[in-house]
Design a protein around this ligand. Structure first.
Ligand code: SF4
Length: 501
């Protein structure tokens, strides 16, 4: 009815008219006028500035409210190269101000009822609740502990609503028996291997099914990606269910990009019913990487850390995000992605620490081509005391061509291939031997990575990117076959270990 409500024509698709009292609207205007120029405030109505070194995180196109994505670099945001990664700036400033430990607090998703509203009103209400006199005297106290406690008594309830109650603590899982075979083997100290199988892009599942059969004996669990590069494929949960039917243990990946808080919780309940016992929470590639027409790039309901927090509480506290009790809670082993080569190792270690606190029990890392750099990252994790709280499976991708190596290095966020390896691939390509060279590089890397077994590394995660038939050969030649390995059945004997042409 544009004739009667002309203002709506200039509004975003969803933006309800609200008849807020004049006082609130004035406060809103003043808050925007002050916080906009000072902190880059976007008036999300759920202010986190104190936890983010006084830089508004709402500039992040992935809507990340708990730290950078795996593509963060010092130079720029990987989604929009015209701007810096806002989370790099936040981490950098927080370390300089010695406020980095504040970044560990698990922050809630947006309360969309508050979008566009002011936060100062909440602060005033909280001051009244605590008592203005108590607040003033507490803030003027000589003891810094009293000052900080008073400050927290006002601001913590504002940023941590009752339905969230995030903190900076580690929460050990509240169950005894391993939720999955992957967890059982990791607990038993076995060096495990997982591998990725690409879900099909058509309704025909033969190839995927064959790949599952092919790699099943060689790995402990099979990952199913969730629409990589933001391009739709068969759902990860459906592939996981098919894998169970074929006798393989799946790791179901869930990308925050495609989920709302409601969809996420409903999906993991369904996955639990299907017998899926390993879940990997990731942010997901930005819509920017998707083929056109692209969907909105600026609205993501939940981030990967929030996903872990929600799923851990569903399992351990039998509770939905809205507080409803789950009579029979789901069982699963929770994982997350880690990115040793994005931004700086100390930043990434802090980010990983936060994921462990939120609920991550295992990490599958981004691709590693430089074991020495990975060691720096491991040392940073050790300094944070998280290595005994999480199992780390290091990401390995055998390179097939020099073109692929260049693409990985230049285009894939968080992947760095050292120059000597690039030169080896280039020379091998010229002599028509690129695939074999790629396999040899992967085998050499695995030997280097295995030196960190017992020092933080617990296994490998092979991402063959459509070259699944190479997985058996790599696992066999690297000497990382699973305990109790049973060779493939005779009917599959003709599927010899793949040898590159
Ligand atoms: S690089 Fe990632 S975390 Fe940083 S601003 Fe871009 S999307 Fe956000």
């Amino acid at each position: 009815m544009p004739l009667f409500t002309p203002g709506r024509r200039w509004q975003p698709p969803f933006y309800p008219f609200e008849s807020k009292p004049l006082g609130d609207r004035l406060l809103q205007g003043v808050e925007l006028a002050v916080k906009g120029p000072l902190f880059g405030c976007r008036m999300c109505g759920n202010c986190l500035l104190q936890e983010t070194a006084f830089i508004c995180s709402m500039e992040c196109p992935k809507g990340a409210r708990n730290g950078p994505c795996g593509g963060s670099t010092e130079e720029h945001c990987y989604v929009d190269e015209t701007r810096p990664c806002i989370w790099y700036r936040i981490y950098d400033r927080a370390f300089r101000m010695n406020r980095q430990e504040m970044l560990l607090e698990v922050l809630p998703p947006l309360d969309w009822d508050k979008i566009g509203g002011e936060t100062w009103g909440d602060v005033v209400r909280q001051v009244k609740k605590v008592g203005t006199r108590n607040v003033v005297s507490g803030l003027l106290a000589r003891d810094p502990a009293v000052r900080s406690k008073t400050w927290d008594s006002v601001f913590r309830p504002v940023r941590q609503p009752d339905w969230w109650q995030g903190d900076s603590q580690y929460h050990a899982p509240k169950y005894e028996e391993p939720a999955s075979e992957l967890e059982r083997r990791l607990r038993a100290g076995e060096f495990v291997v997982t591998a990725e199988v690409m879900p099909p892009i058509s309704a025909k599942i033969d190839k995927m099914s064959k790949n599952i059969d092919l790699i099943k004996p060689y790995v402990t669990a099979v990952n199913f990606t969730d629409n990589p590069s933001a391009a739709p494929r068969t759902a990860s949960w459906a592939c996981s269910a098919l894998a169970i039917k074929q006798g393989a243990e799946p790791v179901m990946q869930i990308a925050a990009r495609d989920r709302t808080r409601v969809g996420l919780q409903s999906e993991v309940m369904g996955a639990a019913d299907l017998g899926i016992r390993n879940i990997l929470c990731i942010s997901g590639d930005s819509m920017k990487m998707a083929p056109p027409p692209r969907g909105r790039m600026d609205i993501i309901d939940i981030d990967a850390v929030q996903m872990l927090w929600i799923l851990r509480r569903m399992r351990d506290d039998s509770q939905y995000l809205d507080g409803r009790e789950i009579k029979t809670p789901p069982r699963y082993f929770l994982g997350a992605a880690a990115s040793p080569f994005a931004s700086e190792p100390r930043f990434q270690a802090l980010r990983e620490h936060k994921k462990v606190n939120a609920g991550a029990q295992f990490f599958q890392t981004n691709l590693v081509y430089d074991a020495a750099h990975m060691e720096i990252w491991l040392n940073e994790l050790a300094k944070r005391g998280v290595l005994d709280k999480v199992y780390i499976l290091v990401g390995i991708t055998p390179l097939k061509t020099f073109k692929m190596a260049r693409y990985m290095n230049d285009e894939v966020p968080g992947v760095v291939i050292p120059e000597p390896l690039m030169k080896r691939m280039e020379a091998a390509e010229k002599s028509g031997n690129a695939q074999e060279e790629g396999v040899q590089i992967a085998l050499e890397l695995i030997q280097k990575i295995r030196k960190f077994e017992g020092q933080g590394v617990h296994g490998l995660h092979i991402m063959a990117v459509g070259w699944e038939e190479i997985v058996p050969r790599i696992v066999t030649e690297a000497g990382v076959l699973p305990h109790g390995f049973i060779p493939p059945e005779p009917k599959r004997a003709e599927e010899k270990l793949a040898t590159p042409a």
